[in-house]
Design a protein around this ligand. Structure first.
Ligand SMILES: [Zn+2]
Ligand SMILES: [Zn+2]
Length: 283
């Protein structure tokens, strides 16, 4: 089976290594496919997104690497695009001008649930203190309401945006171990997972197992949880394994755990990007 990641960050956004350093490391470690996915919120940016003036140079740099490594390592060019309604969407139409190969759709921020209310959005992916402070600001500290808003936003994104991979589907778990703002075993939470898995399967999106929380020390577990993964399998979702590497040393971190989790959930194949589209290979 191929050894791939389609979720990798470089010094072009918030990663620690250059695109060429990543390609060299991928080749040296026996990887077959490397997809670059710079953080994107076109035409906006925070300090960890690709700057709007750098998009063309980023794509040109990846295409140059694609030529340099041809025949040795398959290189793909994509973005991890934020979903923040009214600001940013992971939609092929919006990114068409950059002629990329694929898009990851991710939610890092959840706005307040009350329409018309202006508040700092809940930062799902931030440091523990930021997650706690913005949960207070946006949702009055009501974890259940915030988590339901996250899953509503996720279903909205997968149903309405044209992209390929759902990024770290249950990212809200990242700081829940430290903060305990919701109960992952509650029946209402399982219902949210079931509704979301249905929406993902219906939209034909590929879900990633994302090992980034393990390699970066945020949480000793994969996204999605074992429970969510098994619900996704039952709903017929397609699966890929990604590292969300922010450094060359993490390109295939914890892949043994990811493959084991995929098999335990029932999956028998993973999806890879060929020039003609996504294709399955036996796991
Ligand atoms: Zn992300
Ligand atoms: Zn990422």
């Amino acid at each position: 089976m191929r050894l791939a990641t389609y979720h990798a960050h470089t010094t072009r956004c918030d990663g620690g290594d250059s695109p060429s350093r990543l390609a060299e490391a991928a080749l040296a470690s026996g990887m077959t496919d490397l997809g670059y996915s710079a953080h994107a919120a076109w035409p906006f940016a925070t300090e960890w997104h690709l700057r709007p003036g750098d998009y063309e140079a980023y794509v040109a740099e990846i295409r140059e690497l694609e030529r340099r490594f041809a025949g040795k390592l398959t290189i793909r060019c994509g973005f991890e695009a934020d979903y923040l309604p009214g600001v940013s969407a992971p939609d092929r139409g919006l990114y068409a001008r950059f002629k990329i190969d694929y898009l990851i759709g991710s939610i890092h921020y959840v706005g307040a649930a009350y329409p018309g209310e202006i508040a700092e959005p809940w930062s799902v992916d931030g440091p523990t203190e930021t997650v706690a402070a913005t949960l207070d600001a946006a949702f009055g500290g009501d974890g259940k309401r915030a988590v339901r808003a996250y899953w509503n936003l996720m279903r909205d994104m997968v149903s309405h945006c044209r992209f390929d991979i759902v990024g770290h589907a249950d990212l809200i778990r990242k700081r829940n171990g430290a903060l305990g703002f919701f109960d992952e075993s509650a029946p209402w939470y399982r219902k949210e997972l079931e509704r979301t898995a249905k929406a993902i399967a219906r939209a034909g999106k590929i879900v990633e197992i994302n090992t980034g929380a393990i390699s970066r020390g945020a949480m000793d577990d994969l996204y999605p949880s074992a429970e969510f993964l098994s619900i996704l399998y039952k709903q017929g979702a397609r699966l890929t394994v990604n590292s969300d590497a922010h450094a060359a040393k993490d390109l295939t971190s914890a892949y043994d755990r990811a493959y084991r989790a995929a098999r335990e959930a029932g999956f028998t194949e993973l999806w890879f990007l060929d020039s003609g589209g996504w294709v399955p290979e036996a796991l």
